[in-house]
Design a protein around this ligand. Structure first.
Ligand code: SF4
Length: 241
């Protein structure tokens, strides 16, 4: 049987192996010196990873931190969450917003109890069979909880990979997203998957931010195709020769 795909991929730019190695090494070195110490980085519990990832989808880390602890104190397992009344669950979620998220978590918890004894499975296809678990969340659970070689692609990761390796075209186009998934798959290493994926997210959150990326302190500047980045309104116009 052929192995499960890492994620839904498309044709992707293919950095040469030495460049991939340099990218991985620089990223991991940077992360070990600068990465954030966050509570969901000190666990391999798939449920804890799921909660953190769903909370972080639309919400800043500083707002997620107290709610993450409160949530796990109140619903310490998928079974406890599945048993809780939905009104209680949505109330506990406040004030994070986007109330579809606690409803999805509740449905995931119920499905896990009904089909998997209150656990989350570790393979891509089965995770994706849960309503509310998409390719990104499946990749996060596999790489952070089960330490599998699985790619991720959230907004921060997509921005970093686009700027470093592509730099042309519409970063939000559907075809580009497929390319970026392919790049993420290509780059994810066999070892240190957890650190590598967390590092990609941190670089996008702390250095290669959407506006005014901090290129001057970026570990990728020597081979980034977008370096030095200048936000569009103030970019110097090219002189017509
Ligand atoms: S050099 Fe600048 S644009 Fe390139 S990855 Fe780093 S912060 Fe982003």
């Amino acid at each position: 049987m052929s192995p499960a795909p890492l994620s839904p991929s498309g044709p992707a730019p293919s950095p040469a192996p030495p460049l991939r190695q340099r990218f991985r090494k620089r990223l991991l070195d940077w992360y070990r010196a600068n990465g954030r110490d966050l509570p969901w980085r000190n666990t391999d519990d798939p449920y804890h990873i799921l909660i953190s990832e769903v909370m972080l989808q639309q919400t800043q880390v500083d707002r997620v931190l107290p709610k993450y602890h409160e949530w796990l104190g109140k619903y310490p397992s998928l079974a406890a969450l599945a048993e809780a009344p939905i009104d209680d669950v949505t109330h506990t979620w406040r004030p994070l917003g986007y109330n579809i998220r606690p409803r999805r978590l509740h449905a995931i918890a119920r499905q896990s109890v009904e089909q998997f004894g209150g656990q989350l499975p570790s393979d891509h296809e089965t995770l994706m069979s849960f309503k509310g678990i998409g390719a990104y969340t499946a990749g996060a659970i596999r790489s952070f909880a089960f330490r599998q070689r699985a790619a991720i692609l959230d907004t921060n990761v997509a921005r970093v990979l686009f700027r470093v390796f592509i730099a042309k075209g519409d970063p939000k186009a559907h075809a580009m997203k497929r390319q970026l998934w392919g790049l993420s798959e290509l780059l994810v290493p066999r070892k240190h998957v957890f650190d590598f994926n967390q590092a990609l997210m941190d670089l996008g959150a702390m250095v290669c931010v959407a506006r005014k990326p901090r290129c001057e302190v970026c570990p990728m500047q020597r081979f980034c195709r977008s370096y030095p980045w200048t936000d569009a309104p103030s970019r110097p116009k090219r002189r017509a020769d």
